[in-house]
Design a protein around this ligand. Sequence first.
Ligand code: ZN
Length: 191
Amino acid sequence: MVFVGRCSSCDRPARGLCGSCREALDAPPLLDLAPDLDHVHGVFAYSDGGARLVRMLKFRNRRRALGPLVDALVATLPSGFDLIVPVPASPRHRRERGYDLPELLCRALSRRLDVPMRQALRRTDRGVQHARSRAERLETDGFVAVRGVAPTVLLVDDVATTGATARSCARALRAAGAGTVELCVLAVTPA
Ligand SMILES: [Zn+2]
Protein backbone atom coordinates (compact mmCIF):
# COMPACT_ATOMS: atom_id res chain seq x y z
CA MET A 1 0.00 0.00 0.00
CA VAL A 2 1.24 3.48 -0.85
CA PHE A 3 1.17 5.75 2.18
CA VAL A 4 -0.74 8.88 1.25
CA GLY A 5 -0.89 10.60 4.64
CA ARG A 6 -3.82 11.01 6.97
CA CYS A 7 -7.19 12.73 6.86
CA SER A 8 -6.96 16.14 8.55
CA SER A 9 -10.30 15.65 10.25
CA CYS A 10 -10.45 11.98 11.40
CA ASP A 11 -6.80 10.88 11.04
CA ARG A 12 -7.60 7.82 8.88
CA PRO A 13 -5.27 7.17 5.92
CA ALA A 14 -6.29 9.55 3.15
CA ARG A 15 -4.91 12.34 1.02
CA GLY A 16 -5.78 15.55 2.89
CA LEU A 17 -9.42 14.84 3.61
CA CYS A 18 -11.08 11.41 3.43
CA GLY A 19 -14.30 10.68 1.53
CA SER A 20 -16.53 10.34 4.58
CA CYS A 21 -15.24 13.58 6.13
CA ARG A 22 -15.79 15.31 2.80
CA GLU A 23 -19.36 14.01 2.77
CA ALA A 24 -19.87 15.25 6.34
CA LEU A 25 -19.42 18.82 5.09
CA ASP A 26 -22.70 20.62 4.34
CA ALA A 27 -23.01 23.31 1.69
CA PRO A 28 -22.33 26.79 3.13
CA PRO A 29 -25.42 28.88 3.94
CA LEU A 30 -25.78 32.12 1.99
CA LEU A 31 -24.48 35.11 3.93
CA ASP A 32 -25.47 38.55 2.66
CA LEU A 33 -23.18 41.24 4.07
CA ALA A 34 -24.15 43.97 1.62
CA PRO A 35 -23.39 46.81 1.28
CA ASP A 36 -20.01 46.28 3.03
CA LEU A 37 -19.14 43.07 1.17
CA ASP A 38 -20.05 42.60 -2.48
CA HIS A 39 -20.08 38.82 -2.17
CA VAL A 40 -19.30 36.06 0.33
CA HIS A 41 -17.65 32.84 -0.89
CA GLY A 42 -17.51 29.80 1.40
CA VAL A 43 -16.65 26.11 1.04
CA PHE A 44 -18.78 24.47 3.74
CA ALA A 45 -21.14 25.09 6.67
CA TYR A 46 -19.69 25.53 10.16
CA SER A 47 -21.85 22.70 11.56
CA ASP A 48 -20.95 19.13 12.66
CA GLY A 49 -18.31 17.94 10.21
CA GLY A 50 -17.38 21.48 9.20
CA ALA A 51 -16.85 22.65 12.77
CA ARG A 52 -14.75 19.57 13.52
CA LEU A 53 -12.57 20.14 10.48
CA VAL A 54 -11.97 23.81 11.36
CA ARG A 55 -11.04 22.83 14.94
CA MET A 56 -8.52 20.30 13.64
CA LEU A 57 -7.02 22.84 11.23
CA LYS A 58 -6.82 25.60 13.81
CA PHE A 59 -5.88 23.86 17.00
CA ARG A 60 -4.29 20.57 15.99
CA ASN A 61 -2.23 21.99 13.15
CA ARG A 62 -3.68 19.50 10.62
CA ARG A 63 -2.68 21.35 7.51
CA ARG A 64 -2.91 18.56 4.95
CA ALA A 65 -6.54 19.33 4.15
CA LEU A 66 -5.61 22.87 3.16
CA GLY A 67 -4.66 21.80 -0.40
CA PRO A 68 -8.07 20.33 -1.33
CA LEU A 69 -9.87 23.12 0.57
CA VAL A 70 -7.95 25.80 -1.32
CA ASP A 71 -8.86 23.97 -4.56
CA ALA A 72 -12.52 24.17 -3.53
CA LEU A 73 -12.19 27.88 -2.68
CA VAL A 74 -10.50 28.66 -5.99
CA ALA A 75 -13.36 26.90 -7.81
CA THR A 76 -15.90 29.29 -6.23
CA LEU A 77 -13.96 32.50 -6.92
CA PRO A 78 -14.28 34.78 -9.93
CA SER A 79 -11.14 36.25 -11.48
CA GLY A 80 -10.11 39.90 -11.44
CA PHE A 81 -8.88 40.52 -7.89
CA ASP A 82 -5.99 42.95 -7.52
CA LEU A 83 -5.10 42.18 -3.92
CA ILE A 84 -5.68 39.49 -1.29
CA VAL A 85 -5.88 40.65 2.35
CA PRO A 86 -6.18 38.48 5.48
CA VAL A 87 -8.43 39.43 8.39
CA PRO A 88 -5.82 40.08 11.12
CA ALA A 89 -5.85 37.50 13.91
CA SER A 90 -6.59 38.87 17.36
CA PRO A 91 -3.59 38.72 19.73
CA ARG A 92 -5.47 36.19 21.89
CA HIS A 93 -6.15 33.90 18.94
CA ARG A 94 -2.54 34.12 17.86
CA ARG A 95 -1.50 32.83 21.27
CA GLU A 96 -4.08 30.02 21.23
CA ARG A 97 -3.07 28.71 17.82
CA GLY A 98 0.35 27.84 16.60
CA TYR A 99 -0.23 29.68 13.37
CA ASP A 100 -2.55 32.06 11.58
CA LEU A 101 -5.05 30.17 9.41
CA PRO A 102 -6.36 33.20 7.44
CA GLU A 103 -2.80 34.19 6.58
CA LEU A 104 -1.97 30.65 5.48
CA LEU A 105 -5.09 30.58 3.27
CA CYS A 106 -4.08 33.94 1.79
CA ARG A 107 -0.64 32.71 0.85
CA ALA A 108 -2.07 29.60 -0.84
CA LEU A 109 -4.71 31.66 -2.69
CA SER A 110 -2.13 34.22 -3.74
CA ARG A 111 -0.03 31.50 -5.38
CA ARG A 112 -3.01 29.79 -7.00
CA LEU A 113 -4.68 32.97 -8.32
CA ASP A 114 -1.39 34.76 -9.06
CA VAL A 115 -2.63 37.80 -7.13
CA PRO A 116 -0.43 39.57 -4.54
CA MET A 117 -1.32 39.37 -0.86
CA ARG A 118 -0.64 42.06 1.72
CA GLN A 119 -1.25 42.47 5.45
CA ALA A 120 -3.12 45.68 4.72
CA LEU A 121 -5.25 45.82 7.87
CA ARG A 122 -4.47 46.48 11.51
CA ARG A 123 -6.73 46.19 14.52
CA THR A 124 -7.47 49.51 16.19
CA ASP A 125 -8.73 48.13 19.50
CA ARG A 126 -5.41 47.56 21.25
CA GLY A 127 -4.89 49.31 24.54
CA VAL A 128 -8.18 51.19 24.63
CA GLN A 129 -10.53 48.48 25.91
CA HIS A 130 -10.34 49.25 29.61
CA ALA A 131 -10.70 52.98 29.19
CA ARG A 132 -14.01 52.96 27.34
CA SER A 133 -17.63 52.07 27.86
CA ARG A 134 -19.02 49.05 26.04
CA ALA A 135 -20.81 51.22 23.47
CA GLU A 136 -17.66 53.21 22.71
CA ARG A 137 -15.64 50.02 22.55
CA LEU A 138 -17.97 48.47 19.98
CA GLU A 139 -17.87 51.60 17.89
CA THR A 140 -14.07 51.70 17.88
CA ASP A 141 -13.51 47.94 17.86
CA GLY A 142 -12.46 47.99 14.27
CA PHE A 143 -9.72 47.94 11.72
CA VAL A 144 -7.73 50.43 9.74
CA ALA A 145 -5.98 49.98 6.41
CA VAL A 146 -2.29 50.63 6.98
CA ARG A 147 -0.81 49.88 3.57
CA GLY A 148 -1.75 50.43 -0.04
CA VAL A 149 -5.15 49.09 -1.03
CA ALA A 150 -6.18 48.09 -4.56
CA PRO A 151 -9.51 48.68 -6.38
CA THR A 152 -10.72 45.04 -6.14
CA VAL A 153 -9.88 43.22 -2.91
CA LEU A 154 -10.42 39.65 -1.78
CA LEU A 155 -10.68 39.57 2.02
CA VAL A 156 -9.86 36.19 3.58
CA ASP A 157 -10.86 34.67 6.93
CA ASP A 158 -11.32 31.13 8.23
CA VAL A 159 -14.92 31.29 9.52
CA ALA A 160 -17.71 33.82 9.03
CA THR A 161 -20.31 33.82 11.81
CA THR A 162 -22.24 37.08 11.94
CA GLY A 163 -19.86 38.69 9.48
CA ALA A 164 -19.33 41.66 11.83
CA THR A 165 -15.52 41.39 11.67
CA ALA A 166 -15.52 41.09 7.88
CA ARG A 167 -17.86 44.10 7.62
CA SER A 168 -15.55 46.18 9.76
CA CYS A 169 -12.54 45.12 7.66
CA ALA A 170 -14.40 45.87 4.42
CA ARG A 171 -15.33 49.36 5.63
CA ALA A 172 -11.67 50.05 6.45
CA LEU A 173 -10.63 48.83 2.98
CA ARG A 174 -13.30 50.98 1.29
CA ALA A 175 -12.27 54.00 3.36
CA ALA A 176 -8.75 53.47 1.99
CA GLY A 177 -9.96 53.38 -1.60
CA ALA A 178 -11.15 49.84 -2.42
CA GLY A 179 -14.18 49.80 -4.73
CA THR A 180 -15.07 46.10 -4.65
CA VAL A 181 -14.51 43.92 -1.60
CA GLU A 182 -15.46 40.24 -1.57
CA LEU A 183 -15.02 37.86 1.35
CA CYS A 184 -13.83 34.28 1.11
CA VAL A 185 -13.87 31.91 4.06
CA LEU A 186 -13.62 28.18 4.59
CA ALA A 187 -16.78 27.92 6.69
CA VAL A 188 -19.99 29.92 7.13
CA THR A 189 -21.96 29.49 10.37
CA PRO A 190 -25.67 28.73 9.80
CA ALA A 191 -27.95 31.42 11.25
ZN1 ZN B 1 -11.67 11.74 7.55
